[in-house]
Design a binder for this molecule. Sequence first.
Ligand code: NDP
Length: 365
Amino acid sequence: MNSRRSFLTTLAGSTLAFHLLPKVQAAPVYDGPVLRVALMGLGGYANRVAEAMKDCKKAKLTGIISGTPSKIKDWQQRYGIAEKNCYNYDNFDTIKNNPDIDAVYVITPNALHHPHTIRAAKAGKHVICEKPMAISAKEAKEMVDTCNKANVKLLIGYRMHFEPKTLEVIRMREAGEFGKVLFFQGLCGFRIGDPTQWRLNKALAGGGSMMDIGIYALNGARYMVGEDPVWVTAQETKTNPEKFKAGVDETIQFQLGFPGGAVASCLSTYNMNNLDRFFLNGEKGFAEMQPSTGYGPIKGRTHKGELTQPHIRHQTIQMEEMADIILQHKKPIVPVDGTEGWKDMVIIDAVYEAVKTGKKVPIKY
Ligand code: NDP
């Protein structure tokens, strides 16, 4: 039966069937502003960020800056990046004239964050800079000042500040559910491989494990306790001076004192695996997280039970939130701005000072 009537009958039937189907809620289409980002330094972490950004609605990868021409070709194909949005370290100041890029995300080795951030800011672009934001508090301050002067935002890649289970512990602390906070323990480390990599080169890394992984324990101590520490003591141990040369710390234990009376005990190391654990103790309860800062899923529990918030890819949620912070002036629950990063650098300077002098070092911001 291939008539007009049979067609109409089928159409009516299918329309009826459609109306009888349970209603599926269509995801709302996002039509707000989009942060157009150029990633600088196409290494391991930039690859992770780029993949995670595929799921972003509010942030989009539109440009790249790399010293390796073959990577530029490869990334252009993988992410559909226009030729005019590709730069190298010699010519990227001309990004100033590129209206397709709002922000530069600096993901180069630590010691390059300072010059790269300053150049991007002077080119009039907002900057997202990876941790550690610099290799000293002095450099960090210069970065903050330059971005302020250029009237661009500076954010640090503190992905844990957007992680749902972490934010739940912070909410509980702010609601007084742990009572007065007394103690934090942060253990962060991994066993590092290849001795020739930049992470073990003082000139590019600015230090050793403390700069790279210990900063998670340090920054975690601040957002878990909810205060900035006022003193530090620290001790360094080195089992392999051949691999961990002068100025490159293998293992540092450090203790922090907070204005409210809480203390923290932290371990930063390049010599142990399976070390990713936070413990917060207060007068009325506790929180423990393990893993606490890895790419997740983060796992944890408090005195009230298991933390059940969903796992969201850290870099996806970070870039969504950072787009809102930059374009909509959203205020994050835990700050991720340059001043937040500078405080960590002030504390890291004090940790190294405490290692060197063996003394209790006051921390002045
Ligand atoms: P990689 O070595 O994998 O990548 C760094 C990239 O920087 C290189 O691939 C290269 O890219 C570029 N680069 C420019 N100059 C140099 C140089 N002189 N020596 C080496 N590389 C150079 O490092 P990661 O991606 O692991 O780390 C980069 C930054 O990201 C670090 O500051 C690190 O602390 C941070 N990071 C943050 C993480 C987080 O979870 N927030 C996780 C991992 C790292 P190109 O060839 O394109 O120029």
